[in-house]
Design a protein around this ligand. Structure first.
Ligand SMILES: Nc1ncnc2c1ncn2[C@@H]1O[C@H](COP(=O)(O)OP(=O)(O)O)[C@@H](O)[C@H]1O
Ligand SMILES: [Mg+2]
Length: 319
């Protein structure tokens, strides 16, 4: 039997975050469960799903989202409810605004919160905030993430870099405001306030996003696993993800997974043999470690089914 843990090595730092990426429907959630179950043999593992379809609840027979639930000895799972988390986050930001700028109380904060709720980028922000706290979570040795749709995931992974650029500019402007205020107050002989809560917050944010950016690109803290199928669209998305990881994060996936490979006779019967063969050839030529999982006639619908897939895994490249 394949040892997925060996294939994910070297996994050093704790908590080590494993991000499972890939097009919807390829088997991201199933693969995340499989990997988490394997890793839990090494240490306490939390599997978190951002999948809006919440399939994980079905696979693991869980009724309530948003809580950490024990699956087996060292295997825990949690389904994030983006809507609930988005509400929490927007109200946190509203109170931050009112704390930092009490003079803004003329603005209707409730309206701001409502507007934030529908603002673009809220899901990315929820994901990023959660990710940032995951790296600080000392309760788990491994945190496996069943990621949201690729677009949201990649945009989220870009955010720390973007935020840091904005923050540099904002800090610069705020520092100038603070020092001008200081000069004016001194000139007028008024009491001088040295610390500026807004500036402190900006420094805090710069540190927080700097830490996430570093962790994301550090292979001892983060592993990327990309799942695909022998079909054009999942392969297209795989290429996009590989390009993104290389260009934006200067990293490469720790493991590639080709799931739902049709047994040869079925592929021939379906007339899909040539296409599958060409795709698998391309997949096999990609650098890094990779595995294949066959298409099973009874699609996995519960934990035991998924764990049974482990027996069918073949290693394409283990080195
Ligand atoms: N190896 C496989 N063979 C057959 N069906 C599979 C396989 N892996 C996953 N499936 C099925 O494909 C569907 C999508 O799987 P899931 O893990 O939920 O994917 P995703 O999270 O990428 O949307 C599910 O119905 C699941 O049972
Ligand atoms: Mg899923």
């Amino acid at each position: 039997m394949i040892n997925l843990v060996d294939l994910l090595k070297p996994i050093e730092g704790a908590p080590h975050v494993v991000m499972v990426l890939g097009k919807g429907g390829v088997g991201k959630t199933s693969t995340s469960i499989l990997i988490s179950s394997e890793l839990s043999r090494l240490g306490k593992t939390l599997l978190v799903s951002f999948d809006p379809a919440k399939h994980i609840l079905k696979y693991l027979s869980i009724s309530r989202p948003a809580e950490v639930i024990k699956v087996s000895d060292d295997f825990f799972v949690s389904q994030l409810d983006i809507e609930v988390s988005a509400k929490e986050l927007t109200s946190k930001y509203s109170s931050l605004i009112s704390d930092l700028f009490p003079s803004l109380s003329v603005l209707n904060l409730e309206d701001i919160t409502k507007a934030l709720k529908y603002a673009p980028g809220v899901e990315e922000e929820v994901f990023l905030n959660w990710l940032s706290s995951a790296y600080e979570n000392k309760n788990f040795r491994f945190i496996v993430i069943d990621t949201p749709p690729t677009g949201i995931s990649l945009r989220t992974l870009m955010l720390p870099k973007l935020y840091l650029l904005w923050l540099e500019k904002l800090i610069n402007i705020r520092e100038r405001i603070v020092s001008l205020r200081y000069v004016i107050a001194k000139t007028l002989g008024r009491e001088v306030k040295v610390s500026d809560p807004a500036l402190i917050k900006l420094y805090e944010m710069r540190e927080k996003y700097g830490r996430v950016k570093e962790a994301l690109t550090d292979p001892s803290r983060t592993s990327f696993v990309v799942v695909t199928n022998p079909e054009p669209l999942p392969m297209y998305e795989l290429r996009e993800v590989l390009k993104f990881l290389g260009e934006e994060l200067s990293t490469s996936p720790k493991l590639l997974v080709m799931n739902k490979v049709l047994p040869e006779d079925i592929a021939v019967r379906l007339g899909a043999h040539e296409e599958q063969k060409a795709i698998i050839e391309e997949f096999t030529s990609l650098p890094g470690r990779s595995i294949m999982i066959p298409y099973v006639s009874n699609p996995p619908s519960k934990l035991e089914d998924i764990l049974r897939l482990r027996e069918a895994v073949t290693v394409v490249k283990g080195a």
